[in-house]
Unconditional design. Structure first.
Length: 319
């Protein structure tokens, strides 16, 4: 008998990626198809179905071994029922029963959740947090998402909305976030926020900085990637931008420790690798931002899964 496997499906606004994942969390094979998120619900679901069918066509021998399909979908959604409610990034789905429709199409159990919850579960089962019971996971990228995993299970809260840590306010007079609140960690430390902080510093001081060179001399074109590249080249202003970002993240993680007292904190996403060089400093400074006397014992680790976190996380939902 072939080894049982799971299909992980990562739904985005422009693509659907699917992967075949074994019991150790290894992605055996993957594929992706376009997603037209502005069409109707049927067209959106056709992309999900097409990605799974394309994956099975590439590995027909695995069809009989599939024990379930997990799907990471943009939220808001109801993880218990598998219904996608009204995601801004996928407007074609409104109260769409994604779980039930996928189960009907392929005849195997299906689980649906958001990307940060699922990626956190993958890290708890197979990744940087394997062996730990209570895990806090955060993904740093265009936004900041978080997930809570207690005893290898995602904590959803009363109605599935727990773990929105990216919208925790740490500066009530800060800039207004897209969620409507002020001073959320997302509006202060996401990739776009890092770029905005860099552009403001360049405009205010007009220094000679590699960030500006990388952006073709146009301040408004400086991106987070430019900040990272300049930092790695030893640029002083880029270093200052990232030091401030690390300080803000440390304040935020102090709140996380006081709320949850996790066994481990894992950071993933496109900005995480850049910020990981600041992890030792953040861990050193963290006890100053929490009342927990054993804060220094909590590991702060870079996630195992990076670009494939959506696929691995989706597969973990069926673990």
């Amino acid at each position: 008998m072939p080894e049982p496997m799971t299909i992980g499906v990562d739904v985005g606004g422009t693509k659907v990626a699917a992967g075949l994942v074994d019991s150790t969390g290894k992605i055996i094979r993957k594929t992706r198809v376009p997603m037209v998120a502005t069409a109707d619900a049927a067209t959106g679901f056709a992309a999900v179905k097409g990605a799974v069918e394309a994956l099975l066509a590439e590995a027909p021998e695995a069809r009989s071994a599939i024990k379930g399909i997990g799907i990471c979908s943009p939220g808001p959604l109801d993880p218990r029922s598998g219904v996608v409610l009204n995601p801004p990034n996928v407007p074609c789905w409104r109260n769409f029963p994604l779980g039930a429709e996928t189960e009907r199409a392929f005849g195997v159990p299906v689980r649906v959740d958001n990307d940060a919850n699922a990626a956190g579960l993958a890290e708890a089962l197979w990744g940087a947090a394997a062996g730990y019971a209570n895990v806090f996971y955060a993904t740093l990228g265009t936004g900041i998402g978080t997930g809570l995993v207690f005893d290898r299970k995602i904590y959803w809260g009363r109605n599935g909305s727990a773990g929105e840590g990216g919208h925790t306010t740490i500066d009530y007079k800060g800039p207004r976030c897209g969620c409507g609140k002020r001073g959320c960690i997302e509006i202060l430390c996401s990739g776009p926020a890092i770029a905005l902080r860099a552009r403001a510093k360049i405009a205010a001081t007009n220094p000679a900085t590699k960030m500006l060179d990388l952006a073709g001399g146009v301040v408004e074109k400086v991106k987070a990637e430019d900040v990272g590249q300049a930092y790695r080249a030893g640029d002083a202003l880029a270093t200052e931008v990232l030091e401030e970002t690390a300080a803000l993240l440390t304040v935020w993680l102090g709140n996380v420790v006081d709320w949850f007292d996790p066994d481990i904190m894992v950071i993933g996403g496109g900005v995480a690798e850049l910020m990981s060089s600041f992890f030792p400093r953040m861990k050193k400074d963290l006890p100053g931002w929490t009342i927990n006397p054993r804060t220094s014992e909590i590991p702060l680790e870079l996630a195992r899964y990076s670009a494939d976190a959506g696929i691995a996380g989706a597969a973990a939902l069926c673990g």
